[in-house]
Each structure stands twice: as C-alpha cells, then as structure tokens.
Design a protein around this ligand. Structure first.
Ligand code: HEM
Length: 358
C-alpha cells in the first residue's frame, strides 16, 4: 500500500514537472524555441543582424548604437500619458522627425543603417529596434542575455521632443524624467551600465568614437569605476556642453554620469556596481526587460527570448584600475558601503583608443 502511494506521488510529481517544462519546437532552420512564431526570427538574427548590421557579430559601433537607439525609442513615454508609444520603434519608423531632436544627435547613423535591413526583415519597427538591441548587446562579452518579446504593433506617431535626457541635465531633471517613464533611481543607474559599451560622436565632433571607459568592447563594470576617478583633462578640443574632465587620455566623461555618480540619491547605487559584475548584469537585464516593452500590451507579446545569442562570459569578471591609478584617485561619494579593494594594471597610464567606425 505504502509503495502504491509512493508510486502515485512520484507519478504526480513527474506530471507536474512535465506540465511546468516549456514545450520546445524545432524550427525548419534547426534551432529550437518555445514558440513556433519565433522560428522566423532565427534567420533575421543570423543573416540580417549579425552578418550585415553587426559586421559578423561584433560588439562594435553598430551594436553600441543599437542599444542606445532602444533607449531613445522607449523613453518617449510617460506613465501619465500624453507622450509617445514607448518601445514602439517610432524612432526608426519616424526617423526624419525624431532624429532631428537635439538629444538624438548622432542617432541618424544607426537609423540609416538599420532602415534597409528593417524593411527586409518584415518585422514591425518596434520589434526590429528592440531585437537589434538585444542581439547587439549579446555580442559584448560579459553582457547579460537580454529578453526579447515579439508582436509590437506598428507605431502610430513619432514621440514628442524632450523625452530623452541630455548630458547637461541636472540629476533632479534626469530622475524626474525616468520616474515619469516608470523607472526608479536604481533602475536608471542600472540602465546606465550601457555606458560600459559606449562612445561619443557628437559631444566633441573633433574626436568621434571617444569611449566612456577604457574597455568599450566588454560589458564589464569598468565604467562605474572610471567615472569615479578624479578628472584631469578633456580628450579633444576642450570643454564641450555635456562633458566634464576625464581621468584618462582618449576617454570622454559625460556630465550626467559624473553628477549621478556623486549625487546623494544615486552615489551608493553607483558605487555598489563598481566591482559587482553580477549585480550590474542582473539589474541591467531586469531594467532592460521593462524598458523594451514600455507602453506595449504585454499580454499580446510572445516570449522569443531564446532567439537571443548567449553572450560570452568574461574570463575574469574582476575589474582593475587603469595603470598608474589607485584608490587615491577615487572621489568616493558614498560613505554607507565600503569602497571595494581593486588591483591596478601594471605599467604606464594608458591612452584609450577610439571605437572604430564612429
Ligand atoms: C541620463 C541618461 C542618459 C544620458 C544623459 C545619456 C547620454 C548619452 C550621450 C550624450 C551619448 C553620446 C552621444 C554621442 O556623442 O554620440 C550616449 C551614448 C550612449 N548611450 Fe547614453 N545616455 C543616457 C542613458 C542611456 C541609457 C539608459 C542607455 C541604454 C539603456 C544608453 C546607451 C548609450 C549607448 C550604448 C551609447 C553609445 C552609443 C555609441 O557608441 O554609438 N544611454 N549617451
């Protein structure tokens, strides 16, 4: 009798496991996915995005810009209404309008590159913009595997101007704008992890492709450390709007990153990321999952996250001070948590090379 009950319990447990396990479909192209509707995305990911847009799967200029584009698209939204449709692809579909906004300086490079590939893909503009961002980010070693949901309808109108934060904005203005779009201060800082794979083209147009940290091709926490180093020089022709002194030759520091890293509301959120790759990637992935469906009816979207390539892990997730720097150069702005102990790269202070193709 006891054996019979045990066997019944085991069968019931198996049935629960079987019903909880997602069914997988094998696509005509050979890959597996949880939903047959996602099969059409595999050739788009490999043939159009990786091969054409991202030059064979690089974490380069186009991958960086595709990530920036997803933010500038989605943030055109307010939880109180009266702004744009959020993550709807309006920045691509209505690029003539939105790329003219001041905060979208330089964005036309990526909308121009994406446009013919978007038309070929047959996807809605929102699905294309946010798929490209997730795939491009996956090309950066250390990045989390972002989610992708399919099924955004075509955007109905461009977002209005003045929804995208500017590097010259105050912390209050930036946090107010993020809150209006539904993001907390912690989520705003998490989203700024993106500046670890980033460079500026239009802040100082004499030095296109000037990176925000010394490792713009890896999704590491280096940007959180380097923004806290005391600034000493400008990388180009001198102080431009939105720029503050940077610690490394060839590196650009945004005024917005600088003030957010030192403001009492955000300094500890910033410092907590400095040597915590797991915290940075998990909080970035959560905030991106929210951002990339902002304003969308998620009950109508299909989870196609399994089409996103698995990013390469970092061999060593522990960052280092650039050569010649140490904690003596850090402007600590958070006293509530200890500053992590970090080793220094050997040698002379580096010159940060520009991101090619910018
Ligand atoms: C306070 C909010 C933010 C401000 C003020 C800001 C500002 C900027 C500026 C001024 C640039 C350089 C533009 C240029 O000169 O070419 C830039 C680049 C970039 N931003 Fe942000 N950003 C913010 C938040 C974000 C967020 C939330 C994301 C993504 C989730 C993001 C992703 C990027 C990326 C990836 C680049 C590099 C693009 C490239 O290298 O082509 N930014 N940002």
């Amino acid at each position: 009798m006891a054996f019979k009950f045990a066997r019944l319990a085991a069968l019931a447990a198996l049935a629960t496991v079987a019903s909880a396990a997602p069914a997988t479909v094998t696509c005509p192209t050979g890959q597996t996915t949880a939903n047959a509707a996602c099969c059409a995305l595999f050739p788009i990911v490999s043939n159009l995005l990786q091969a054409q847009l991202f030059d064979g799967g690089e974490c380069g200029e186009e991958a960086h810009s595709a990530l920036r584009l997803s933010f500038h698209d989605a943030i055109g939204f307010s939880i109180h209404g009266g702004k744009g449709g959020g993550a709807d692809g309006s920045i691509l579909a209505f690029n003539q309008t939105e790329t003219a906004f001041h905060a979208n300086g330089g964005i036309s490079d990526i909308t121009d590159e994406q446009w013919p590939i978007f038309l070929e893909s047959g996807l809605s503009a929102g699905d294309f913009v946010h798929l490209a961002a997730a795939v491009g980010t996956a090309n950066c070693p250390g990045a989390p595997r972002l989610k992708f949901f399919l099924g955004r309808p075509a955007p109905v109108a461009p977002a209005p101007d003045l929804t995208v934060p500017e590097p010259t904005d105050t912390v209050t203005a930036i946090l107010t704008r993020f809150a209006d779009a539904g993001f907390s201060a912690a989520e705003a800082v998490a989203l700024l992890s993106s500046h670890t794979v980033a460079a500026a083209d239009v802040i100082d147009t004499t030095i296109p492709g000037t990176p925000f940290d010394s490792t713009p091709f890896t999704f590491d926490t280096q940007v959180f450390l380097e923004v806290l180093l005391k600034g000493t020089q400008f990388p180009g022709v001198g102080n431009q709007p939105g720029e503050v002194l940077s610690p490394l030759v060839g590196e650009m520091r945004l005024q917005s990153d600088f003030v957010i890293s030192r403001d009492p509301r955000t300094a500890c959120l910033w410092q907590a990321m400095v040597d915590n790759q797991a915290l940075m990637t998990s909080s970035f992935a959560s905030a991106m999952a929210k951002m990339q469906v902002l304003g969308q009816d998620t009950s109508k979207l299909i989870d196609c996250s399994d089409v996103i390539p698995v990013p390469q892990a970092l061999a060593s997730p522990h960052i280092k001070y650039p050569a010649s720097f140490s904690q003596a150069n850090v402007q600590i702005a958070c006293s509530q948590i200890p500053f992590p102990s970090i080793a220094t790269v050997a040698g002379a202070a580096p010159t940060v090379a520009p991101v090619p193709g910018s």
